[in-house]
Design a protein. Structure first.
Length: 276
């Protein structure tokens, strides 16, 4: 819809209105009768929304040193390459990886929606560690290729309907229902383990929102999905990548300006690794 609006504006910006509407319609305001309790609730929710809005921090990074063309020439999947760049950016800034969300479309299946491509793999961790240590260029490149291959496998598994997140989520919902209906006394151990809670938190929530080739300098953004995390959409163009990272100002763990700079420096490091 946004692309259509931008195209229409570009194609019609110099046109003048040559005819007036046949009918002049005046809108009539509606009168709402809301109970006092409802008004108080609305005001409370308005204040909560205003607080969330004030707390949201957003930066935009227009990275113009390379884009999709360079990545494909280096024989990488552009999306997988950017996902690994985000892993590197987070590791360089915080010293560890976190559960990462990237939506995978399941629309090829009936009733399909999305599953989750997890980029924080063991292979990605080995590579980002090498990138921050005094390893040889050859070792770093080998580990990058290995991490990219793993990312491609995870992506294809999800697109084929073999992702783990939807399956585990369904088991969790069924287990909770069984507890509520008295079929079992407690949740299975896997769902009571602290690791389960952390596995299903996503301190790094990402998605590719690439626009058509004729729509440039455009980005979509959203907030982080957890209070101590980052949101980061990205628009892959032929010779540029536009990132829109976000975070919450009130959280001490996140540093959005530093994260933005870490994305830039990580991409530059990856280009040096691949040569000019």
């Amino acid at each position: 819809m946004a692309e259509s609006a931008l195209r229409y504006e570009r194609e019609n910006r110099k046109r003048k209105m040559i005819s007036r509407p046949e009918r002049q319609i005046s809108a009539k305001p509606l009168t709402w009768h809301v109970a006092r309790e409802g008004l108080m609730l609305l005001e409370k929710q308005k204040e909560a929304l205003d607080e969330l809005t004030r707390d949201l921090d957003l930066e935009v990074l227009v990275f113009e040193e390379f884009g999709r063309n360079f990545i494909k020439k280096a024989e990488f999947s552009p999306d997988g390459f950017v996902q690994l760049a985000l892993q590197l950016a987070h590791f360089k800034l915080h010293g560890y990886l976190v559960s990462t969300y990237e939506s995978a479309s399941l629309r090829r299946f009936r009733f399909g929606r999305v599953d989750n491509i997890r980029a924080s793999t063991k292979e990605a961790l080995e590579w980002v560690k090498a990138m921050t240590r005094n390893e040889s260029k050859e070792t770093k490149l080998i580990l990058l290729r290995r991490a990219a291959e793993k990312q491609a496998i995870v992506t294809q598994e999800n697109l084929a309907g073999h992702g783990i997140d939807n399956h585990l989520c369904a088991l969790y919902v069924l287990a909770r229902r069984s507890v509520e209906e008295g079929e079992i006394e407690t949740l299975p151990q896997i769902f009571r383990d602290p690791l389960w809670t952390e596995l299903m938190r996503f301190p790094l929530s990402t998605s590719q929102v690439t626009t058509s080739a004729d729509i440039t300098d455009c980005y979509l953004c959203y907030g982080a999905v957890v209070h101590d995390g980052y949101g980061c959409s990205y628009n892959l163009q032929n010779d540029a990548i536009i990132f829109a990272p976000s975070a919450f100002k009130s959280n001490p763990r996140t540093n959005l300006v530093a994260f933005k700079n870490s994305i830039r420096s990580g991409l530059q490091d990856m280009r040096k690794l691949l040569g000019n």
